[in-house]
Design a protein around this ligand. Structure first.
Ligand SMILES: [Zn+2]
Length: 296
């Protein structure tokens, strides 16, 4: 896959690297699914690329190793692997010289997780390293919740904000990743500029749900809702139908539809917490069917 969007940041990093002014820690903040981690990987590639290829496909030994996740000087962590023991091992590793290139690169996805109470140890170890940086290690902390990053970490890193992508970039990216799937335009329009979100929408099949309601296929609709596998998908389904209900309310002025939309907002809020998914699914389905079968 090529890189989509974020031209300003691409230029900024090229200038910074060429003038030797790279900082030792960056926070990449912005919506999920817009390419922040992929951006960091591309910087890592450039710093160790044998052909000095910047943000383009390269098949040199180093770039290949990064693509395969096998490069000895690139360390990647996420929600699951962000554990104190792993961070301790990392600190030990980055105290030694790089095995292949000049730099060691650490990419931490979901870096806001370091604020969680069970992450205090990992966060403290990391903080110490950020306080006394080595010349050859660069940290990229990735987050869609900048405000939740520990203030002590924020003050030691440069924040680079990433905006949502333009629709045409999301569309091009999705087309290259899922060439045979229909409904790409609808998914792009519901994606808020996030490639990840557009892919989630396409993969979870929620585009057809509005159509079930429009066609008054309530039995199929309830069956579909019952089959929704997790809270994340249900969240997308409810947000998707929410927009439809608002449009219906504007068209008809029926009070029940406005009530239904508030009810759905409440569901969206509750889905952020630990909830009984089956219960929410069945309440939601019956409420929708009850109101819509009378009003549309
Ligand atoms: Zn290369």
């Amino acid at each position: 896959m090529n890189f989509y969007g974020h031209d300003k940041q691409i230029e900024l990093f090229l200038r910074t690297i060429k003038s030797n002014r790279l900082h030792h820690a960056y926070i990449f903040s912005g919506l999920k699914g817009i390419g922040k981690k992929y951006f960091a990987t591309n910087i890592a590639k450039y710093l160790s690329c044998e052909e000095k290829v910047y943000f383009s496909k390269c098949v040199c030994r180093s770039c290949k190793m990064i693509d395969e996740g096998m490069h000895p000087d690139i360390y990647q962590y996420n929600r699951e692997s962000l554990l104190a023991d792993n961070i301790r091992e990392l600190i030990l590793n980055i105290s030694m010289t790089a095995s292949v290139g000049t730099y060691k690169i650490v990419i931490i996805d979901d870096a806001d997780m370091l604020s969680a109470t069970n992450q205090v140890v990992a966060a403290n170890i990391l903080l110490k390293t950020l306080e006394e940086p080595t010349d050859s290690t660069i940290f990229f902390l990735i987050t869609d919740r900048y405000d939740e990053i520990l203030a002590t970490i924020r003050s030691r890193a440069v924040n680079i904000m990433f905006k949502p992508l333009e629709s045409h970039d999301v569309k091009d990216a999705v087309k290259s990743l899922r060439p045979d799937i229909p409904f790409i335009d609808t998914a792009v329009s519901l994606s808020y500029g996030s490639i990840g979100k557009a892919l989630d929408i396409l993969d979870s099949n929620i585009i057809n749900v509005n159509q079930l309601l429009i066609d008054k296929e309530f039995v199929k609709f309830v069956e579909y809702i019952r089959s929704v596998p997790d809270t994340k998908t249900l969240f997308m389904v409810v947000s998707n139908i929410y927009s439809y209900v608002l449009v219906l309310y504007k068209e008809t002025g029926y009070y029940e539809l406005s009530e239904l939309s508030s009810y759905m907002l409440e569901i969206l809020k509750r889905l952020n917490y630990n909830v009984n998914l089956d219960l929410i699914k069945s309440n939601f389905a019956s409420k929708i069917v009850e109101v819509l079968s009378e009003k549309i």
